[in-house]
Design a protein around this ligand. Sequence first.
Ligand code: HEM
Length: 500
Amino acid sequence: MGLLTGDALFSVAVAVAVFLLLVDLMHRRQRWAARYPPGPLPVPGLGNLLQVDFQNVPYSFYKLQHQFGDVFSLQFAWTPVVVVNGLAAAREVLVNHGEDTSDRPQIPTQELLGFTPRAQGVIGAPYGPTWREQRRFCVSTLRNFGLGKKSLEQWVNEEAACLCDAFANHAGKPFHPNALLSKAVCNVIASLIYARRFEYDDSIGIRMTQLLEDSMREDNGLLLQVVNSMPLLLHIPWVAAKVLPAQRSIMALLKELLTEHNTAWDPDQPPRDLTDAFLTEVHKAKGNSESSFNDENLRLVVSELFTAGMVTTSITMSWALLLMILHPDVQRRVQQEIDEVIGQGRPPEMADQARMPFTNAVIHEVQRFADIIPMGVPHMASRDTEVQGFCIPKGTMLMINLSSVLKDETVWEKPLQFHPGHFLDAEGRFVKREGFMPFSAGPRTCLGEPLARMELFLFFTCLLQRFSFSVPEGQPRPSDRGILSFILAPSPYQLCALPR
Ligand code: HEM
């Protein structure tokens, strides 16, 4: 066949361009629907991808919120997105319309991690029976964690003691606390899933915490957005190889750990941990093709609990210690309350929390101020929905800007300052606040919240019972501005932990 030249080539190029423009317009037809939320004008093909700074999404959204209002629309290539800002709109979407807004957008790169119709984990699972089955399983296993020999509180308390010993080994000299915090939190999840902990110098434990931290950095960035918007790109081997390397390594490591763990599983014995409980369900579901209890899904669920539960909690603890060295007056008041309620003779326990309003307020304020998942986890509308007078069509991706809720100027007296008084009344009693939404809200709200709260309370009080924390002498005061990937982490800092 001869090559096209001249006029013929030009005509083909014009026809292809017109075809692509029509396809593009088709994917953007939502914008012309009545009462669709306003937003910046998208360009053909890329939509608004180049108008959002993926290195600082909260700031981009802050500017767009001021330009277009609390509910605005964007176009990520061919994916229509609606961003929801502020407490009133976020509650309306997550809680009032929770039944219609709790689906998840399909993320093509998840297939690289083993996502299939029968193995969808919990976090990424569509809002339906598979998600419900796994969510119920995780919630009840977390709640009834008396399945093993020890309760979850005992595991957390023992880990807190190990963490304190590791801090003491630094003998008051400056150190970065993050690695130790990550290992301690990783061990709590490992105890839940495998009924075991890793020594802090164990090579598998070190590799796991490193990969989990790296995996959080992978969830952001333009490449992932572009590939997920145009999944055809995943067929280019060098592109596929660049996507989610840490998350794939985690899956491989978990496979090894699960194989080792499963050889010791005895179906006739009571379950030792979440993995045993899951294997029992796999056993019961043999022959049921509808069930989501299968070996592939076990790996996904376990990896999600590790990724969702480890970095979130350890980064929050890192913020907590940073804010204590930046606000020594607050630190002293927490220690005073610890001395009055618990003393030095025994470790803290969850029952103490009710009698420690100031400490409770400080932990809540740490979470509000730190704002570690500013953009939440994306949702998707499973039906046409109306929010704040706007129509959100079925299939639209919803981004709930949790940061705009935690820093909402109409809700908080000092939104940009660390101010534990946000959670105290005039008599010093702890008060719950509706705008406190770091775990999100509605049917998809974080299922690990009770565990995270337990860890934050026990680790924080145990550390402040034993140590006073300070900025190392001669070092500048660290910044309280975070570094953003998917998670907002404090800039690296050192502290001194002096025994009390
Ligand atoms: C300070 C710690 C934590 C924070 C701030 C946090 C925050 C969140 C947020 C914002 C979501 C998204 C909710 C939504 O889609 O609207 C989420 C979901 C989730 N979190 Fe957490 N989380 C924390 C700790 C944990 C822990 C310790 C675990 C488990 C051990 C966990 C497991 C999950 C799971 C499985 C989901 C998905 C729920 C679903 O899709 O139904 N998280 N978390």
